[in-house]
Ligand binder design. Structure first.
Ligand code: HEM
Length: 584
């Protein structure tokens, strides 16, 4: 089994200057591509999946084209490299996006970096990003195959790492059916419930005068929302599933030995990297398989969760490229991997910045409290009026984009970008973190100033301002932007409305460690701990949702409707969290 994985993993796209083993590529493509049957929990690979084989042939032909294409134009600037490790030593000791920004300052906004045996073009200019993500979007709408994605996502059958026609179909399905505006809206009551539970827990800490690990609790919030949106109910194995996803994310940075040294892919097996991934894959697969079986036994048309939707589309059979159970599982893994940490981390960074900038905190709290003081609680429909809070979110995403280097792209054809020739099959990275702080594009770019977006700077993160790309741009732009933002802005508005915030006792703003962790996403190295104190008591509507939820009353039942309506009409009891002295 491991041998099969080793050969499967070796079918990776090659760099501009490929290692000797790449001569085996066409053979590997025809012998190792296939689908896994994990329902029985054994890994066996078949060679019958034509769609994916076609995607692999793209990788092979890209490599052949890159070999034959003449490298016209000037040589790429870039740091010097050593024979075996390439430029890897330039990246040691710093976070990759920091190290690449420093290198770009020396070598320029278009730079070639040899990481191990793989050439990467790193772009750190607005014009470069515009070329890749807009002007030549069709050519660069491809991802390299990374070992982790291949093993975890059933041979890159997910949306984030598949390519070509199969990806186009899956992407369409995501945009139209899973993550589109209508579907996101349909999860509004789920978000309301989960954010209320967060407020309840913050409330407990507030009445006890204790600090709360906000980072950890925000992760629970986004996990629960994605679990219930996907699985439709509380998943008894949620913790196991999410812990495994976290481990997988850590291992998916694209820096495995095999990813950087394609000729040494066997090292992924020898070091236990692949074995570990296979172990995680099996764990995830077992939970997903059980969930799909449950859904098949009790189909619901009234309130579909995302697995219901995917099963319905699979059965309808009118998709141009049919989807399989593996596609469904891979897609669900994407939703968890892409939709949980990103959102939670952004709220955590926003609260970190606000606690360090009391004026901004005060302005955001005043905005939501003034607007909602008569009503006493914040609903999703209120959020669009909070212009300053929206600017706080934008400023947070500018300084702390969850994916500072986007996901890597690979060009299908050899092409010219800013006067340089980029051969087909070369990986391209865009340092969006550096772009969003560059003094060429931002006044005082290192400082947290939400008001910049209200005082003349009308840059948006929708993929048209290429110096501000927290969600990427073009065809491969984030598919879950509305889903993420709706949770993010509601949670932030409620945290600011109901509570005042302080650092734990004895801590000054200078003590707050703002370091980022090393990994594929830029989260806080140390979870944010804050001390809340109640300001506006939690109101009945939220509370009634919590009761219904905790009594296990299904969201679709009449009993739930009763509880919910009771809350709406104001019959429910208020959570008397606020002490009298604090009801100012
Ligand atoms: C603050 C929240 C989020 C941020 C900042 C974010 C950011 C990103 C970025 C930068 C990319 C890569 C874009 C590129 O290569 O140009 C991406 C891709 C993706 N994101 Fe998000 N994301 C967020 C939330 C979500 C959520 C909530 C979901 C789903 C529930 C999601 C699903 C995806 C998917 C499926 C892709 C792959 C798209 C493709 O390759 O076609 N994201 N995201």
């Amino acid at each position: 089994m491991l041998q099969r994985h080793a050969s499967y993993a070796a079918a990776s796209p090659c760099s501009m200057d490929p290692p000797p083993f790449c001569g085996l590529l066409p053979w590997l493509l025809s012998h190792s591509v296939g689908k896994s049957h994990l329902a029985s929990n054994t890994l066996t690979w078949e060679t019958s999946d034509l769609t994916l084989t076609r995607e692999r042939s793209f990788q092979a032909s890209a490599y052949l084209r890159s070999k034959s294409s003449k490298n016209t134009g000037p040589e790429f600037p870039g740091p010097w490299h050593l024979p075996l490790i390439g430029s890897l030593h330039h990246l040691v000791g710093a976070l990759p996006h920091h190290a690449l920004r420093d290198l770009a300052r020396r070598h320029g906004p278009v730079m070639r970096l040899r990481v191990g045996q793989v050439d990467q073009i790193v772009l750190t200019s607005r014009e470069g990003a515009q070329q890749i993500l807009k002007a030549q979007d069709a050519n660069f709408a491809f991802r390299p195959e990374l070992t982790a994605a291949k093993i975890i996502a059933y041979g890159c059958r997910d949306v984030a790492f598949s390519n070509g026609e199969y990806w186009r179909q899956l992407r369409k399905l995501c945009v139209m059916e899973l993550l589109g505006a209508k579907r996101v809206k349909s999860f509004a009551s789920l978000r309301a419930e989960q954010v209320s539970l967060l407020m309840r827990d913050v409330g407990y800490a507030a009445t006890a005068g204790k600090e709360i690990n906000l980072g950890a609790r925000l992760n629970e919030l986004t996990n629960s929302i994605v679990v219930q949106a996907s699985f439709g109910r509380r998943c008894p194995q949620q913790k196991k599933f999410m812990d495994t996803i976290k481990e997988v994310i850590k291992m998916s940075s694209g820096f495995s030995v095999g990813d950087l040294f394609p000729s040494l892919k066997i090292m992924d097996v020898l070091t236990g990297f692949s074995t570990k991934l296979i172990h995680y894959h099996k764990k995830l697969d077992a939970i997903l398989e059980e969930t799909i079986q449950e859904h098949l036994l009790s189909r619901r048309d009234d309130e579909e969760d995302l697995i219901d939707v995917l099963l319905r589309l699979k059965d309808q059979g009118d998709l141009e490229v049919p989807i399989s159970y593996e596609s469904i599982k891979a897609l669900v893994i994407d939703l968890f991997a892409g939709g949980t940490e990103t959102t939670a981390n952004t709220i955590e960074w926003a609260m970190s910045e606000l606690i360090l900038h009391p004026q901004a905190m005060n302005r955001a709290q005043t905005e939501v409290r003034e607007a909602m003081k008569g009503k006493g609680y914040v609903e999703e429909s209120d959020v669009p009026q909070f212009a300053y809070i929206h600017s706080v979110v934008k400023e947070t995403l500018r300084l702390h984009p969850p994916f500072p280097l986007l996901f890597p792209r690979v060009g299908q054809e050899t092409t010219q970008v800013l006067g340089y020739t980029i051969p087909a099959g070369t990986r391209v990275l865009i340092n969006v973190w550096a772009l969003a702080r560059d003094p060429k594009y931002w006044h005082d770019g290192e400082s947290f100033k939400p008001e910049r977006f209200q005082e003349g700077d009308d840059k948006e993160f929708k993929g048209n301002d290429f110096e501000f790309l927290p969600f990427g741009a073009g065809r491969r732009m984030c598919a879950g932007m509305s889903f993420g933002l709706s949770t993010l802005e509601l949670a932030l508005a409620q945290l600011l409305f109901h509570f005042d915030w302080a650092l734990p006792k004895g801590m000054t703003p200078g003590d707050l460690d703002m370091a980022e962790s090393f990994g594929s996403s830029a989260s806080r190295k140390i979870n944010l701990h804050l001390v809340p104190s109640p300001r506006f008591p939690l109101r009945s509507k939220s509370f009634v949702c919590i009761v219904a939820n905790y009594k296990g009353i299904p969201r679709t039942s009449r009993a739930h409707d009763f509880f919910f309506m009771a809350g709406l009409l104001g019959f429910g009891c208020e959570l008397k969290l606020a002490k009298t002295k604090l009801q100012r």
